[in-house]
Design a protein around this ligand. Structure first.
Ligand code: MN
Length: 432
């Protein structure tokens, strides 16, 4: 058994006695994502999403594998996801059994809380956050804005490009984002100015949560890398494009990226995503093969995910008029040039130690066509071609009062579809 295995927890016929879970577009019993939730007046505790409800795991710990008991009393998921994969699998199987067999209903039901009555917190105490750049269409689109004839730099197809981000400013969904102030230089101005960003953008990214880490100096081989990935989330890597353009040379992103990043609060486990694994799409003719430390046959055959990603916007006007969010783009995780296992293997290849609860971002995931571009920088050609929303409003970049919503869903014939829940946040004006 491994994270690649499909078992009875994936059975599409399995139903829950939590009626809202059956046919739920995000959290049917086949998903069972973990999070940290708190009811009003209570401490945040480990929980699982089931339909429209949240199950408090500490309250039913006596029914769960003994190795998980200490971890289920914590205020984060770090200890739980540091456990062996076999224990995590046993926990998932136990939860699936308890939530499907009506014989357990009377005992479990008091530990359920409507999701609407819970606050969801960061799932992990995040030690480190690294952001990659593996959306090749995004890299090409952004590169074209600067170098029309030569959008991808020579290293791109050899090395998974990344940089160290900042963990302290990561927040869960539904925490408002303050428009950042910073230094920027207008193209024709003699010098820089300091003030609110005029080019605030979102980035649609897949977030990767590290389960068991590695010791300093001991790289994770590519063939073992998938087992170190505990789960996934949606990551919005908010970006101030004007600060970025001025500050990024020669060391890369800094204050343009670290003022706030939003994650979806539910950890969709590697086990839940097992049915949605696909082969990494073959590289285009003429592209170099990855170096051996990044190549594994099993990873190439099952290391990518078929995961539909979407971005939507709800402006202040749309909220006031009661109109629904408007779709901005749709792409797929399989638009990544590298697999998530390759990211883990590469990150640790120099001996760098990854730790439980570390977050890796994929980089913006865009598709090949305009309707699949995962940032406004790409959708508006660097702000030159504003987009028009269904209600007639125009956008070059994100404005105060705008809410940006990221979603992800996995579908496969013969299996129950699952989702990630929402990653959403609203922009507040900069502090004067
Ligand atoms: Mn990013």
């Amino acid at each position: 058994m491994s994270i690649f295995s499909i078992d009875e927890t994936h059975d599409p016929q399995r139903q829950s006695w939590v009626e809202s879970a059956n046919g739920h577009s995000e959290f049917p019993i086949q998903n069972l994502p973990f999070g940290i939730a708190a009811r009003a007046g209570q401490q945040p505790r480990p929980a699982v999403a089931i339909g429209d409800h949240v199950l408090d795991l500490a309250a039913i710990a006596d029914l769960l594998p003994p190795q998980t008991h200490d971890a289920l009393q914590a205020g984060d998921l770090n200890a739980l996801f540091a456990l062996d994969e076999a224990v995590r699998r046993a926990l998932r199987q136990a939860l699936s059994r308890l939530l499907s067999d009506p014989a357990h209903r009377a005992r479990i039901e008091p530990a359920l809380c409507p999701m609407a009555d819970c606050t969801l917190h960061l799932p992990f105490t995040i030690g480190d956050y690294t952001d990659f750049y593996v959306g090749i269409h995004h890299a090409t689109n952004v590169g074209k804005l600067f170098r029309p004839d030569n959008p991808l730099l020579p290293n791109y197809k050899h090395v998974p490009i990344g940089y160290h981000g900042r963990a302290s400013s990561i927040r869960p969904s539904d925490v408002d984002v303050l428009r950042p102030r910073g230094q920027r230089k207008l193209p024709d101005a003699p010098g820089p100015i300091f003030g609110p960003t005029a080019r605030l953008d979102y980035e649609l990214e897949l977030g990767v949560w590290i389960g068991q880490g590695n010791a300093l100096g001991q790289p994770i081989p590519i063939g073992e890398a998938a087992a170190h990935i505990a789960g996934f989330c949606l990551l919005n890597d908010w970006s101030a494009r004007d600060f970025q353009a001025w500050e990024y040379q020669p060391l890369g992103p800094f204050l343009a990226k670290n003022f706030h990043s939003t994650i979806s609060p539910w950890v969709v486990t590697a086990e839940a995503l097992a049915p949605f694994r696909i082969a990494q799409p073959p590289r285009p003719e003429g592209d170099p093969a990855p170096l051996p430390y990044l190549w594994d046959d099993k990873d190439q055959s099952a290391g990518q995910f078929s995961l539909a990603l979407e971005v939507a916007i709800r402006t202040r006007t749309m909220r006031e008029e009661g109109t629904p969010a408007a779709a901005l783009s749709a792409s797929n995780a399989s638009d990544m040039y590298w697999t998530v296992a390759q990211l883990v293997a590469h990150h640790s290849s120099n001996g760098c130690d990854l730790r439980t609860g570390d977050l890796l971002g994929s980089g913006t995931i865009s598709g090949a066509t305009r309707d699949a571009f995962g940032s406004l920088l790409e959708l508006t050609q660097g702000g030159a071609e504003p987009i028009t929303l269904p209600n007639g409003e125009k956008r070059s970049f994100v404005e105060d009062g705008d809410e940006i919503i990221l979603t992800a869903h996995a579908h496969r014939d013969g299996f129950a579809s699952i989702g990630f829940g929402q990653n959403r946040a609203t922009i507040l004006p900069a502090i004067a």
